[in-house]
Design a protein around this ligand. Structure first.
Ligand code: TYM
Length: 333
């Protein structure tokens, strides 16, 4: 819970972010993150951010990120982020994110950033490796601590970024006093790492070119059915939940269990063959996604923009208060 001396509150603060990249979020983003944000709305005070500045850490065309931001906001509202209960906004609109990131960089060691596996992976797969790709976790830590965040609901791939965020926050506090709240990761038990349907050794990812392996929230029912039908399994024809030895089958069981809110090992008991498992998983996903697609079609750009502006005002108010606390603690002129 919060160690912020200025805040007396009983509801924990949740914060999380998603990059506006790719066309729309995929099933991994939804199951691993977005859906948990919606669930947490009952028990936390949620702040959800479209992290457009993070998206600029790899080269983008002019206008690309802006368009993707609006689309992402539409998806977030359609999945059930409720602007009455949660704060939904765009990172670049609240300047304190970039400002605090600098202060965080000043207490982050070069060696700490060099160990980040996402940096290693991404710097190998990009021709132009920006310095922002390297310092990315410091902006992410700033995003989080700027709102006195208690819990950060994320997928498994963000675990290391959350660890560094905690470490640098603690270091900041040990140098400047008890200024920032040290956040905790909240990673779901089922579905925190949804794998690519074609390459189940790799996580499902917006940046991969595996079209058949990635299920998007805007795929048609036929596309979803086809992708699950063609999902890679293995040759030993036994339905068992064993992610290490049977990644493809286990991924299907995980997706099915996540869609039905059950548990993958229990689901495995219902199947002896891959065919019915694939069909049922596709059906469960279609069921889960259908209401989201319906709401997406109903939301117009004007409404989405207005809601973002209202969210931004609320976010800025909180962010400026924390930023001022940081400046004072550091003791600038
Ligand atoms: P991003 O945009 O890559 O992903 C958004 C969220 O989706 C989760 N996720 C997955 N979960 C399960 N299976 C998958 N295959 C899968 N792929 C993605 C991610 O774990 C994430 O929770 N660095 C972050 C964005 C960020 C952020 C933050 C997050 C910036 N600042 C502050 C939390 C707090 C990112 O690139 O997420």
């Amino acid at each position: 819970m919060s160690n912020d001396p200025n805040r007396a509150k009983s509801t924990p603060r949740a914060f999380s972010g998603i990059q506006p990249t790719g066309d729309v979020p995929h099933l991994g983003n939804y199951i691993g993150a977005l859906r948990n944000w919606v669930d947490l709305q009952d028990s936390t005070d949620g702040i959800y951010c479209i992290v457009d500045l993070h998206a600029l850490s790899v080269p983008r065309e002019p206008g690309e990120v802006g368009r993707a931001t609006l689309q992402m906001a539409r998806v977030m509202l359609a999945v059930g982020i409720d602007p009455e209960r949660s704060t939904l906004f765009v990172q670049s609109r609240v300047r304190e994110h970039s400002e605090l990131a600098w202060f965080i960089q000043c207490v982050t060691a070069f060696g700490e950033l060099r160990r980040m596996t996402q940096f290693k992976d991404k710097s190998e797969s990009n021709d132009f490796v920006s310095s922002a790709l390297f310092t990315y976790p410091t902006l992410m830590a700033a995003d989080i601590v700027l709102y006195d965040t208690d819990v950060v609901p994320v997928g498994d791939d963000q675990r290391q970024h959350l660890e560094i965020a905690r470490d640098v926050t603690q270091r900041f506090n040990s140098r400047f006093g008890d200024v920032l709240v040290v956040p905790e990761a909240r990673i779901a038990e089922v579905g925190a790492r949804i794998m690519d349907l074609q390459n189940p050794q790799n996580k499902m990812s917006k940046s991969s070119d595996s079209v058949l392996g990635t299920v998007s929230l805007t795929d048609t029912e036929d596309e979803i059915a086809r992708k699950f039908k063609r999902a890679v399994t293995d040759n030993d024809a036994e339905v068992r939940f064993d992610p290490e030895n049977k990644p493809g089958v286990s991924n299907l069981l995980t997706i099915l269990a996540a869609a039905k809110r059950t548990d993958p090992a229990t689901e495995a008991e219902n199947y002896t063959q891959y065919g019915p498992l694939k069909t049922d998983t596709a059906d469960a996903v279609i069921e889960m996604i259908r209401p989201i697609q319906k709401r997406m079609a109903e939301l117009d750009d004007g409404t989405v923009s207005e809601l973002l502006t209202a969210g931004e005002d609320r976010a800025r108010e909180k962010a400026s208060e924390v930023m001022e606390r940081v400046r004072r603690a550091v003791g600038l002129f």
